[in-house]
Write a protein that binds this ligand. Sequence first.
Ligand SMILES: [Ca+2]
Ligand SMILES: [Ca+2]
Length: 191
Amino acid sequence: MGICQSNNRRPLIKDVYWKLSMIDFFSIEDRNGDGFITLEEIIANTAPLEEHCSASTEKMKALAQGLTEFWTEAGIKPGKKVSKKNFLKGLSKLGEKELERESKGIPTLHSAVANALFDIIDENDNNQLSEKEIRNWMAASGLNPEDAVQIMRDADYREKGYITREELIESEFCSFFRPDKCMIQLGIRVV
Ligand SMILES: [Ca+2]
Ligand SMILES: [Ca+2]
């Protein structure tokens, strides 16, 4: 403790906001509701993107590849059933490594996933995400497309009318590993 830590930040798993949002995430990803998550399940859950966002096989493959590298480092290895407790532990550990990489300017595993996801959502390949494209993404993810307006507001804070690649990557990374930063953006003070 203390002397061995590279900084003073609390582990993610000790952060109640992070934990609650990741428990939510677990429930969404555990589509068959057996209380376990598998890499295969996570990848299968992205399948509707192919139709809703008219994604090519290459784009879908890039996402599956990115997800495999990301989740494998969180301990969710191919063919392995992972409980909620181990999911949170693994993701928290991965988060520490990812934040370390981010601070050193090394590409994160998360950015590979977010880039692949961006390419899929960006149906017309113009390097901008329109509200319509965001709506299709949300529908494919089983979310309410009406919430696209909120997503646009959060990520497109300069109100350009579209989301850039950098904005999507930053906002996705933030929602995964920077609960403190997200809370500040939302104007919520964490006591
Ligand atoms: Ca499951
Ligand atoms: Ca577009």
